[in-house]
Design a binder for this molecule. Structure first.
Ligand code: DAK
Length: 259
């Protein structure tokens, strides 16, 4: 599959999706959103993928929505634009395998929103992140007010979005937006090590764990525990569980199939 604004590569069970408009700091234009939708839609049923890395070409991860394109768009299309983007980010969030945002540089506005739709964020120590929408008279339109709030709580989410300031990766790590930071020269390599680790785990258990967390976070604790019990039941009757336990007892590496 080839794209104008993206690159999708594979190394065994790990796929890497690179946002690829470096001259415009990989800002999200309509074409990129459309291609992201096509690309994610096409890989979501690919059971040979165990982990997806999402990163940016050049010095940015994604410097936000394409501001120049927004200037040319009919304001009446704003809601449609938000819904199109939200749908694509939702596909990313609901992929059945693990997804890691590998934030190599600026992750601003829609770029941070894209990273937040991944399972977790790894960043270069020199990366810069924030939601500058309010500096443009906008608000987050790709789920930022919702996912950032769920990630850090409403107080911190208010500070980040209301200031519109750009923060360091170190600060974002302290706040829990970023899981880990690495020197920029090692970032991709470290991310691949983590992806490789995840790739050895049971795909069935990964898929069910993702569902337990993302659906459970919307529920009360009592409802979430019920959900966990049901998903635990599904794991308990799986071939992967049988294989994982046999492999432990037989002192060998498991060969998971995701069934
Ligand atoms: N859009 C378009 N072009 C961009 C861009 C962007 N977001 N960010 C950078 N560029 C372009 C620059 O214009 C420049 O292009 P040329 O002048 O060379 O043609 C090129 O990329 C290199 O950028 P700089 O020369 O500015 O590079 P610097 O290192 O000096 O500065 C910077 C890097 C990231 C600090 C700076 O470029 C910057 O402030 N960029 C804008 C950041 C920003 O405000 N991003 C937008 C956030 S708002 C919505 C859904 C979502 C959203 C909105 C609506 N709906 C569905 C309605 C999301 C909104 C946002 O993301």
């Amino acid at each position: 599959m080839s794209f104008e604004t993206l690159e999708l590569t594979r190394e065994g069970a790990i796929a890497t999706l690179t946002l690829n408009r470096p001259k415009a700091l990989n800002s999200l234009n309509a074409r990129m959103i459309q291609e992201l939708g096509e690309c994610l839609g096409s890989i979501r049923e690919d059971s040979s993928i165990r982990c997806l890395l999402v990163t940016g070409a050049g010095k940015a991860f994604v410097a936000g929505a394409d501001i120049k394109e927004m200037d040319e768009r009919d304001p009446a299309t704003g809601k449609q634009m938000a819904e199109d983007g939200q749908r694509v980010f939702q596909i990313l969030e609901e992929l059945p395998f693990a997804t890691i945002a590998v934030v190599n540089g600026f992750a601003l506005g829609g770029g941070l929103e894209l990273a937040l739709a991944c399972d977790f964020i790894l960043a270069s120590k020199t990366a810069k992140m924030g939601t500058p929408e309010v500096t443009l008279g906008l608000i987050c339109g790709y789920g930022g007010t919702q996912r950032l709030t769920r990630a850090v709580g409403p107080k911190l989410a208010r500070m980040i979005t209301l200031t519109g300031d750009i923060y360091t990766a170190e600060q974002m790590e302290k706040w829990g937006v970023v899981a880990m930071t690495f020197d920029s020269s090692n970032l991709l390599e470290e991310a691949k090590k983590i992806a490789n680790n995840i790739s050895q785990r049971s795909p069935k258990a990964i898929k069910l764990t993702k569902q337990a967390i993302s659906r459970g976070v919307e529920q009360t604790l009592a409802e979430g525990l019920k959900l966990e019990a049901e998903l635990f039941r599904q794991a308990f009757v799986s071939e992967d569980k049988r294989e994982g336990i046999r492999a432990f007892i037989e002192k060998r590496a498991p060969h998971f199939t995701g069934r």
